[in-house]
Design a protein around this ligand. Sequence first.
Ligand SMILES: Nc1ncnc2c1ncn2[C@@H]1O[C@H](COP(=O)(O)OP(=O)(O)OP(=O)(O)O)[C@@H](O)[C@H]1O
Length: 421
Amino acid sequence: MSDTNKTDDAVTPQQASPSSDRDVLLKVEGLQKHFPIKKGILQRQVGAVKAVDGIDFEVRKGETLGVVGESGCGKSTMGRVITRLQDPTGGQVTFEGQDITHLSTAKMRPLRRDIQMIFQDPYGSLNPRHTIGSIVSAPFRLQGVEPEGGVKKEVQRLLELVGLSPEHYNRYPHEFSGGQRQRIGIARALALKPKLVVADEPVSALDVSIQAQVVNLMDDLQEELGLTYVIIAHDLSVVRHVSDRVAVMYLGKIVELADSSKLYETPMHPYTKALMSAVPVPDPGRRGQKSERILLRGDVPSPIAPPPGCRFHTRCWKATEICRTTEPQLLELRPGQRVACHHPENFADQAPQDTVLLSAAKEASELVGEAVLEDAGKTPAPEAEAEAGTGAVEETTAPEAKTATEAAATEEPADEQGDQI
Ligand SMILES: Nc1ncnc2c1ncn2[C@@H]1O[C@H](COP(=O)(O)OP(=O)(O)OP(=O)(O)O)[C@@H](O)[C@H]1O
């Protein structure tokens, strides 16, 4: 989508610094969303699900930011909080320079025109009793907007814009396929000409053959309408082709945030590498070059009691003592590439003095030849692999990695569409 690549010269690591404020549409600082866990007759709070636990990023005008990570890592919650469909527990959300963190529903209403959300389930997000005309025109009614030429004409224009026939105006959702329904959802989201669109798994419920069509449609619309996107997906292959930058989330934190090309060419966080190796290699020439993978063992820990230090250390084959005790900050180790890791891949070790692997690191991974996986019929589908938290990592020859390898609710969810339709 927009070209945000920068030079590749190494720089002194520094705290993540956003680009100039003029380019920034949305800025998120220290964002938290904790869902309280209550028990007993008195409903005393006994803990919290730390779904989003202190994240910082910015979204630049006209760009597409992809957000990826395993199921349960807090992507959807992040999407709902930055669009203010849910209230944050802490931190700040700034949209076009305005602090929107604590705006009331009434004060948010005018901003709903500028910030829209597209949901994963094209079946669940459209009211089956309403006609397409009524669904797509709902934002006009809610905002009291009378488009030029009238609502019907504008809705029909929007239907055409997303590749549907204006004749569909009086039809009902059940008469459409999944891909068509998602187009209807997109038309509804675009009705008020938003500046920011947050799309939560926009294609994951669709047939693979339809996914590319919908992604391409979103891409075309971005160019035509000057949209800015945050696209949430668990499947890196979806995000890869449409994102200028990608944020990788793990257990409520961003562990890597990088220009798309850098992330794919030289991932720095071991977890990013794990997710990447679950994505099929598109270049046939490269296929088969790396014949071994490391399967990550162990489950994703609970967001109620995340591990101390680096949250990934319980599953990381590179983890040392510092990973268990000290949380790594998200630092810009290379221009356009921020990572939170003491022992990054494809870059100088940030804690070279800490060489003794944790005992858990020795069990965190397993080297498995692809042939073995195939023989055993174990090769997991990419999405399933990423979702199940058993992402596989290609073996690396980086010295630091080699060493490692050798060694071894209770809150009611907000009515998602309630505010929009
Ligand atoms: N309303 C809620 N009340 C309590 N816990 C919640 C609520 N919504 C989400 N969670 C929890 O917060 C964590 C993050 O969930 P979230 O849906 O944001 O993750 P995700 O990365 O989007 O996963 P998925 O891809 O499965 O949707 C999970 O442990 C989930 O169970």
